[in-house]
Every structure is written in C-alpha cells, then in structure tokens.
Design a protein around this ligand. Structure first.
Ligand SMILES: C[S@@+](CC[C@H](N)C(=O)[O-])C[C@H]1O[C@@H](n2cnc3c(N)ncnc32)[C@H](O)[C@@H]1O
Length: 319
C-alpha cells in the first residue's frame, strides 16, 4: 500500500500563510515528515509521509479540506511504493547538523571534525522523521542541552529517528522513547545501538498516557493539535520541578497551545504563568507552572514549562 501522499498547490493557491496552515494541519495528524518543493512555474508540492504506516488519515483530511472553499485547488495523490521519494533524494543533500554542543552526524557521511566538548550523535533516520536539521528539532535539541545532565530522567514523546533521545542519552540521561509509528520505534532502536546507548534508551510504541513514572524532562516535538490532545498526559508525566518541552507548533498557535495547557492543568486563572519567564529559574512553590523559556525559529514556536516543586499527583489523561 502507498504510504506517501503528494499535495500540489497551483501558483494561484500559494501564499506562505496558506502553505503553513496546510503543513500545520498535516503535522497535527502526526505525519512523520513534510517536504516542500517549489514547482516550475510557481506553486508548491508537499510530499507527506503519513503516520501509522498508513496514508488513510492524511487522505481523509485532505479530502475534507478540498471540499471547503479555500482549498478547492489542492491536487492530491497517494504515491505508489516505488515512488517513495525521501530515502533516495534527501540523503544526497544531508549535512552534519550542529546545535550547541550537539553534532548530529548522518551515518553514511564521513565523520565531521569535532571540537573538545562536542557531543556527537550518529544517526540514520531510515523512514522516520528527524535528521536534526528541522527548526523544531533544533529547538528541542537546544532545550535538552540546557536541561539534561548525568542522571536526568527523560521522556521523548514522538521520538521519530530517536535524535532527541540519543542526544539526551549522550549527556547522561536515562530515556524512555515512544512513538506511534513502527518505523520510528525501529529507527530509534537501531540508532541507540549505533551510538552505544541502547542500555539507556527504552523504546516502544506505548501510548504516552500508559507510560509509567514521572520524568525530570519530557520532550515532545509533535504538531500543535497532538500537543493539545496530549496536554494532560504530558504534564502528568512531568516530575515535580521537572520541565516539559513542547515543539512543533507554528508561532501563530502559541496562545492556543498555552491555553490548552492551562485547561489541562485544571485552573481558570492560568496555571501556566506566561508572565514569569525572567523569574523562572527555579520551580515555584505556589503550585503554578512557569514558562521557563520560549523561542521562535523560522516561524516555529518552542516552549519549556517548569512544573511546580510541590505539585499534587495528577493522573494521566487519555492518550
Ligand atoms: C516531528 S516528528 C519528531 C521526531 C523527532 N523527535 C525530532 O524532534 O526530530 C513527530 C513524531 O511524533 C510521532 N507522533 C505523532 N503523534 C504521536 C502520538 N500521539 N504519540 C506518540 N508519537 C506521536 C510521529 O510518528 C513522529 O515520529
């Protein structure tokens, strides 16, 4: 069965906002990757790798969008398996990615020169998302560099290639990595072996709501809709004083996502205190979550929320 979907927007249909919105909707379905290519004569082609090894949800969403007013011009096609594009094409252009001390080294390229203090992660994403270069992955890597040290417990939700898990493990974390996509689970396992950290990275397709324990750092680089859906589960998995890092959100959806976390944390007066960035180094003792850091890179927003030191136990919500 075809697993990849091609979507074309003609020159008359393309403006940056529309393409971003379409990408955002597709990410929110949990697709593993979207490659955007310009078309000759204007227009854009998006090549979309569906989640769950199945394009049905993506095709259904696109069909719904085409029935609406704004998206009637979309041309949508499921690719045959011999047309699957990414493996052959992007690999030729892959480069070493540097984020802070992290050096994400494609496994098939010659090893890049390193500097003292570099933390090298050798990666082959296979068919999973995450070769390190995407802005959202970069943002999550930068957050992990700040938050993880030897002995940190970390939960990577939507591990994709395993890039974030391996980076955390390389800094000394013990990691639980989960993903709904079989390709991602396989890629993360293989990459953990490749980097000699398999003993420190437990990988599975366990739904986040069923993961046991609470973690110093929870990281999730998934679309806004999934982060909203998983708000209860992600915050419940965060230890007192711990941090949840949310990435994969288009900047215009920041307020919507923060509001969902307020709701998930169960108060009407805003448990996520978005005004407290400067004073947020330590965990609060007033039961309130804090925005520890936030940034926007190439239109993508990433936030780190610190749980209060004295939080009550919260049961995981569904998901
Ligand atoms: C954008 S990729 C992130 C990959 C990698 N963590 C990175 O930062 O580059 C999102 C991943 O989330 C997975 N995913 C989507 N919905 C999920 C869910 N509800 N639970 C766990 N994983 C999910 C997708 O299969 C995909 O591998």
């Amino acid at each position: 069965m075809a697993r990849w979907v091609e979507v074309e927007l003609g020159p008359g249909d393309v403006d940056a906002g529309l393409v971003d919105e379409l990408s955002g909707r597709l990410w929110s379905l949990g697709v593993v990757g979207i490659e955007e290519r310009p078309l000759d004569g204007g227009g854009v082609r998006l090549v979309v790798g569906p989640a769950h090894d199945d394009p049905a949800a993506v095709l259904a969403e696109l069909t719904t969008l085409r029935e609406g007013d704004r998206w009637g011009g979309l041309r949508v096609r499921a690719l045959a398996s011999d047309e699957e594009p990414w493996l052959d094409e992007w690999r030729a252009h892959a480069e070493v990615v540097r984020v802070g001390r992290f050096v994400v080294q494609p496994a098939w390229l010659a090893a890049a020169p390193t500097r003292p203090g570099d933390v090298v992660v050798v990666l082959d994403p296979g068919r999973a998302f995450g070769h390190g270069a995407h802005p959202t992955t970069r943002q999550a890597l930068a957050a992990l560099e700040r938050l993880v040290s030897a002995g940190t417990s970390a939960l990577d939700v939507g591990c994709g290639s395993g890039v974030l898990s391996l980076a955390a493990a390389a800094l000394g974390a013990r990691v639980v990595a989960v993903d709904v996509a079989g390709d991602a689970v396989a890629a993360t396992r293989a990459n953990a072996e490749r980097n000699g950290v398999a003993a420190f990275v437990e990988v599975s397709d366990t739904p986040v709501g069923a993961v046991r324990g609470r973690f110093d750092v929870v990281v999730a680089n998934i679309g806004a809709a999934t982060l909203v859906e998983l708000a209860g589960a992600l915050t419940a998995r965060t230890a007192p004083g711990g941090v949840v890092v949310l990435a994969g959100v288009l900047a215009q959806r920041r307020d919507e996502v923060l509001a969902a976390y307020d709701r998930a944390l169960g108060t009407s007066d805003g448990v996520v205190d978005a005004t407290a960035v400067a004073a947020a180094d330590g965990a609060s003792h007033d039961g309130r979550w804090r925005v520890l850091a936030e940034d926007v890179l190439d239109g993508w927003w990433c936030v780190s929320l610190r749980a209060p030191a004295d939080r009550e136990h919260v049961d995981a919500g569904p998901g």
